[in-house]
Design a protein around this ligand. Structure first.
Ligand code: BES
Ligand code: MN
Ligand code: ZN
Length: 499
């Protein structure tokens, strides 16, 4: 991972250099200046390479000067192209990928003017993209010889102070997202309810977040029989972490974030097939996102009141596991017929959402869950599914999704699906009737029955918490940390004091 990102209004030397080229073959303003000062250091080689300058294309060559090691060229697209923040992040991420194996120190000689960005802080977003890209999960690799070389990145800017200030906030968002990526990547023999609860406490309490851990006995007293039923087959007993950050006015009702935290989902007695069952170590990505979000919020001391619920259980088959056909009474008093023990996420969230609204009377509840495999069928890996009973809330979330690149697509909720979860023997069943398809939607309808009419949005992140192709720019193969940047932006734009 990058050790340092810094900003400078002067060129550095004795490192490798990144310069921009437009799609018409012209050098960017800064690239031209450098080319002139260093005897055609760029143009001499570039001509031979037939580089077309398309946005985010890169090439590199060994410099012919003693002042620089490698020259890395990145395409900036059409000369008058205006860049968005997200494109700057992609640019930074692309530069990181092109440079990581080449050198330990790299200087990016591209500034806001080259990019037609209205603020000198363009460099902060480039740095943010590079930093996000540089994270990887290699702690269990005992042979470190393939590690990237790149350690420090310095970026040109006309205003060092503004760039540093903006980057400081972004770096703290990245720190939150890295915590999410880490706990989601960790296997289930390391991350289970008790250990994840401990990480929440150890990471967040020192930052001023109030962290309360409920154990099984506490949850039993509260009547969380639906959540507890999921965990009853596992040696690793359930926990719930209740997080509170009170950065806003006393009068401001909190926003509640609820995360599915199934630390391993074997399916239970409705056992999953062995193909890719290992992926279910990441079935706690919802709780992981809540954890990382609180880290980002607390590090930045965001002036908002937020509550976080990490609902953590392990879903295992055993002699004490729940059975298909069992009927449980949830904390809300509503009864659930368990038709599949693999539809466990909604049973966990049922009690967690009810608890959040019952105890905290929040302004809105947003849950995140790797809830249904059907999400990948419906939307692929580009968008999370967004379900909500409030148009304004849904719009705010979509907007933050577009701004941060952690995109969410609104899904329908209609009576048709409501009937699909009515049970013959209890208040509801935990899977949709066979003639009612749309498994992600019936799951959302199930959750809505536990919101008590409060404003609510549900993000089904089953298909976006991890990438298997290398096409996300700000994240290589592996866990994405989806949700942290999205919900940080959502809070900052809509609820932070003064916004
Ligand atoms: N955790 C899974 C959903 C999932 C599947 C997430 C694949 C990521 C990748 C969830 O608990 C589950 O098993 N859902 C079932 C629901 C079904 C039994 C109604 C599913 O999607 O098959
Ligand atoms: Mn399941
Ligand atoms: Zn699950």
């Amino acid at each position: 991972m990058l050790e340092k990102v810094s900003f400078s209004d002067k060129l550095s030397k004795n490192c490798s250099l990144v310069a921009g080229v437009h799609a018409d073959g012209s050098l960017s303003r800064n690239a031209k200046k450098i080319d002139e000062s260093f005897e055609g250091i760029i143009s001499k080689n570039l001509g031979k390479l037939k580089f077309d300058g398309k946005f985010l294309k890169t090439c590199s060559f060994i410099s012919c000067s003693n002042d620089y090691n490698h020259i890395i060229i990145v395409g900036l697209g059409e000369p008058n192209k205006e860049f968005s923040k997200l494109e700057l992040e992609k640019l930074g991420a692309t530069i990181y990928s092109a440079a990581e194996k080449l050198d330990s120190n790299v200087f990016i000689a591209i500034d806001a003017e080259d990019l037609r960005f209205p603020c000198a802080c363009a460099s902060s977003f480039i740095g943010f993209g590079a930093l996000l890209r540089s994270w990887n999960f290699d702690k269990y690799k005992t042979k470190k010889n393939e590690k990237p070389k790149l350690k420090t990145l310095s970026i040109l800017t006309q205003d060092v102070k503004t760039s540093e200030e903006r980057f400081d906030e972004l770096r703290k968002i990245a720190d939150g997202a890295f915590l999410t990526r880490l706990v989601v990547s960790e296997p289930a023999n390391v991350i289970y309810p008790e250990s994840l609860a401990k990480i929440a406490k150890d990471e967040l309490a020192p930052l001023g977040v109030e962290v309360e851990i409920l154990d099984e006995a506490d949850m039993k007293k509260l009547g969380m029989n639906s959540l507890l039923a999921v965990g009853q087959g596992s040696e690793n007993r359930p926990r719930m972490a209740v997080l509170r950050w009170n950065g806003g006015d006393k009068s401001q009702k909190p926003i509640a974030f609820v995360g599915k935290g199934v630390t391993f989902d074997s399916g239970g007695i409705s056992l999953k097939p062995e193909n890719n069952m290992n992926e279910m170590i990441r079935d706690m990505a919802g709780s992981g996102a809540v954890l990382g979000l609180f880290k980002a919020v607390a590090l930045n001391k965001l002036p908002v009141n937020v509550v976080g619920i990490m609902a953590m259980v392990e879903n295992m088959p055993s002699g004490s596991a729940q059975r298909p056909g069992d009927i449980v009474k949830s904390m809300s008093g509503q009864t659930i017929e368990v038709l599949s023990t693999d539809a466990e996420g909604r049973m966990v969230l049922a009690d967690a959402i009810w608890y959040a609204q019952d105890r905290f009377d929040p302004e809105a509840i947003i849950d995140l869950a790797t809830l249904t495999g059907a999400m990948a069928v419906a939307l692929g890996h580009e968008f999370a599914g967004l379900f909500s009973n409030c148009d304004k809330l849904a719009e705010q979330i979509s907007k933050s999704g577009d701004a941060t690149g952690e995109k969410a697509w609104r899904m329908p909720m209609t009576d048709h699906f409501e009937k699909g979860i009515d049970s013959d023997v209890a208040d509801m069943q935990n899977i949709g009737r066979p003639n009612v398809r749309g498994g992600s939607i019936t799951a959302a309808h199930f959750l809505r029955r536990f919101t008590n009419g409060k404003r609510w949005a549900h993000l089904d992140i089953a298909a976006v918490e991890c990438v298997t192709f290398d096409d996300l720019f700000v994240c290589g193969k592996g866990t994405t940390g989806y949700g942290v940047h999205l919900l940080y932006d959502f809070l900052r734009e809509n609820y932070a004091k003064g916004s």
